[in-house]
Design a protein around this ligand. Structure first.
Ligand SMILES: *Cc1c(COP(=O)(O)O)cnc(C)c1O
Length: 357
């Protein structure tokens, strides 16, 4: 059976197939550039693994307290060397991205401090962490206040607004790289670096934390290469490479990472404890694959953008725009189309394809 008849058997008509293949041909140069990015970032990870002298013993984990978990400690070194930070906390005990961000913020803020978000409203789940939506255990309950500066209508940092918002209590600045569920543009590492230099010129000791979720390995540099004190993300997204079964990371200065570690486990224990069970192998394998897995996600996003542009829908970013995360927004404009889209994606998935969402 040839490829085309397998597609037809799976419900993809020859017309749809030809349409897709024409679009693919048009974006070929773009894919070449994305593959180059995967190669560059793959080299960064491989080089870090060599420097840390990863060996077979690092692939197994511990139970119980997790003292002297060689694999865990080596993985944290690999992350730190890849992202060019002093230290990193990479743990299966971190449940998800929201948890990683909550640990990073609550570990580094004290009562009376102010948290300042300068890329507008943070990701939805952080509203309860910060307390902008009243919630049990929020930072607000612990006496941490919150201020926010929105991006300009063109999705750039509002320098005047930032200058006016920084005060003697401003202790931690939050920047979100990816657009998340917002319809703004995603922020590139260069632009993030410029604003970090600016806020540090106004207040040298302020901590800058970048929510790096969905952004890892989409550019040659990470926000930690341009002055961020902490970058934070989820292993269920890019850096897990689809293999890490759980986990999150915080990479940054020794001080920031240690502050987060004592919040994650306990004061006095910090990074010393935290068993990894069977996760080390998958966390390491996933990180090794992450640059190529991320690149294929970016390619799928560009492909989707090109397809839907041709069909007359509004897409953010456009197929020719630069990419700083793996997110693609398409405005489908009717509930029926959203349902049809979700059914189509589900029907093509490797798991639960027989289920109608
Ligand atoms: C996914 C995401 C989060 C939260 O991560 P979860 O793993 O869903 O808790 C935070 N910020 C951004 C930008 C994200 O994309």
């Amino acid at each position: 059976m040839n490829k085309n008849s397998i597609y037809e058997m799976m419900g993809i008509s020859p017309e749809v197939l030809a349409f897709g293949e024409n679009v693919l041909a048009e974006i070929k140069d773009r894919f070449d550039a994305i593959d180059e990015m995967a190669e560059y970032n793959g080299l960064k990870v491989l080089n870090a693994m060599h420097k840390v002298r990863i060996s077979e013993a690092h692939l197994s984990g511990t139970t119980g307290y997790g003292y002297n978990d060689m694999g865990r400690d080596a993985i944290e070194e690999v992350y730190a060397k890849t992202f060019h930070t002093e230290d990193a906390l990479v743990r299966p005990l971190i449940a998800c991205g929201t948890h990683a961000l909550a640990v990073a913020m609550s570990g580094n803020l004290r009562p009376g401090d102010e948290l300042l978000a300068i890329s507008g409203k943070p990701y939805d789940t952080l509203e309860e962490v910060i307390g902008t939506r009243p919630s049990r255990g929020s930072l607000a309950e612990y006496g941490v206040t919150y201020a926010q500066v929105d991006l300009t209508p063109e999705s750039h940092f509002d320098y005047e607004g930032i200058k006016a918002a920084i005060n003697e209590r401003t202790h931690l600045i939050h920047i979100q790289r990816s657009k998340g569920y917002a319809s703004r543009k995603t922020l590139g590492v260069t632009e993030i670096g410029e604003v970090i230099a600016y806020v540090k010129s106004l207040k040298p000791d302020v901590i800058v934390m970048v929510d790096n979720c969905y952004g890892e390995f989409t550019e040659e540099r990470e926000p930690s290469d341009v002055g961020a004190d902490m970058i934070v993300g989820s292993l269920i997204k890019n850096p897990g490479g689809g293999l890490a079964p759980i986990g999150g990371y915080i990479a940054g200065t020794k001080e920031c990472v240690e502050n987060a570690a004592v919040r994650l486990t306990s004061p006095g224990l910090g990074k010393e404890v935290g068993a990894t069970l069977d996760a080390n192998r998958y966390i390491l394998q996933g990180f090794f694959s992450a640059p190529t897995v991320t690149a294929s996600a970016v390619e799928a996003a560009v492909f989707a953008a090109a397809i839907y542009e041709k069909l007359g829908f509004k897409v953010i970013p456009g197929s020719k725009d630069p990419r700083y995360d793996i997110i693609q927004a398409v405005t489908l404009k009717s509930p029926e189309r959203i349902q049809a889209f979700c059914k189509g994606i589900q029907a093509g998935a490797p798991v639960d394809a027989h289920v109608t969402p």
